[in-house]
Design a protein around this ligand. Sequence first.
Ligand code: ADE
Length: 301
Amino acid sequence: VDEGQFRAELMRWYARHGRHELPWRRTRDPYAVLVSEVMLQQTQVERVRPYYKRWLERWPSVGELAKASPAEVIREWAGLGYNRRALYLQRMAVAVMERYGGTLPLEVEELRTLPGIGPYTASAVACFAGERRVPVADTNIQRVLARAVLGRARARDCEPAALRAAAERLLPEEGARAHNLALMDLGAMVCASRAPQCDGCPVAGLCRWRLAGQPEGETSGQRTPKFEHTARFARGRIVDALRTADGLDASELAALLPDHHRDHVPRYLRSLEVDGLIEQDAEGRWRLPGQGRMSMASPKL
Ligand code: ADE
């Protein structure tokens, strides 16, 4: 792949078709960018929009979020899924207050040391808020790289090191932020995983996968279990119940779940407790943590 030509075609396409209006692309506030990235990790853009807006209205800065209780952030998260993400954001805010006086760092290595911030999120904040020249490797970007540069149908058919090298090579000296956002949009809007729209693709002429005749993926696709049968579903149900009804015991919670989950309720409760999403009161009833009272996260001196 000719990197210069690839970048030029990509950016011409992005100028016309990119999702420039997304609210988290119109700010360079690292906190706002971080909130958006954590929300967007497992959730679709359209679903995230209202949550992003409400979250920032309620907790406009790291300082405010650090004072929130776990129960409050878990309630605000209702409907987004993967509730642990809400807790991580709150813990991150506490850590940023303690270590940085409320100002998020913009370097990948420093961001990585914060609770709940993995390699993807760290690079996204460094690049989208800090305009650092770093590769950002979300699933859409990885698929584009797998196809265009490495000639494979899917990122999971590629060596991680090969994907990283491809991302590095394509990164421009200037304008890494727009470049990464453009790759992201190309992956989401054109280079779709099931039905890629190669006719509308600005780099179809350079794409090694297309030039090779679009070979099928190699790795066998494992079938994903029905959502209702997963522990994630059951854990989500339990947290949903505790958002509205405080103080339920294990049998009351078990009654809210389909039969096949009942025997596993003690395990779900333990794992939720370990994650800090629920806690048990003196009577053995379960509730959201830091309920009403002063939270552990914000001890008064
Ligand atoms: N813009 C910035 N980060 C994004 C993401 N993770 N998904 C969609 N659009 C974005």
